[in-house]
Write a protein that binds this ligand. Sequence first.
Ligand code: FMN
Length: 255
Amino acid sequence: MAASNPSLYVENTLTYWVSPAKKGGTAVVTIRALLVVILSVGLFLFSVAAQGSSVVELPAPSTEGTLSVERTIARRRSIGNFSEKQLSLEEISQLLWAAQGITDRARGYRSAPSAGATYPLGVYLSVVPEGVGRLSAGVYRYLPAEHGLERTLGESRRLPLREAALGQAPVSEAPVTVVVAAEHAQTTSVYGSRRDRYVHLETGHVGQNIYLQAESLGLGTVVIGAFQDREVQKVMDLLHHREPLYIIPVGYPEE
Ligand SMILES: Cc1cc2nc3c(=O)[nH]c(=O)nc-3n(C[C@H](O)[C@H](O)[C@H](O)COP(=O)(O)O)c2cc1C
């Protein structure tokens, strides 16, 4: 009869496994204690991993907008004067998705075209000292596969980034600034001497997607190409083989 009770069956089996000779109460207590220890260690490791994880999950992007693509193109303008109004996490999610989000999960294709689908661009986000919604100040790397943000620096780089961009004010006025950087090796291996051309063309696609998405959301932006490469690399803590190509501040246009 005892074997028909699953818990007793498990208990007996475990008791036997620990010590076939001891089938009494001591062994049962031992195995229970062991299970408690294993569970506790597991829970502890899980909570440490969860706390240490710096990935912020972004809200799912929308593929429905209120402006037609024609009107969005017609209205698009470079805007460098921003109000103090903060962006929501939904808006940030939408902008990053437009820049490099996955639009074909089966093949891993993204929102902007890429020569040979090599995807050599990294997208970084600089957030002001006050933070934006659930994003605290610092620098984040966009993770297309997860549609999330990984925090790479814990302090705002707003002012040094503006200095690296030759003091251009939009960089310090905008609540968030996107930096697009190339990792050339990924395209070199496939395209050799045409590498730079392809990477730069792709960066243009990303910039235009951000322009159009910003316009469609009622936001303003301007692509910035005038900056000191090495300084931007240092300020954003990009590895030396990541070459910054665009700085793109985004915010609500000043009234
Ligand atoms: C490759 C490139 C680099 C640019 N760099 C800067 C820049 O450093 N600073 C800036 O204020 N605007 C920059 N712009 C934006 C242009 O000034 C802007 O596109 C131009 O004045 C036309 O205005 P529109 O974008 O409203 O049509 C850049 C644009 C491109 C395409």
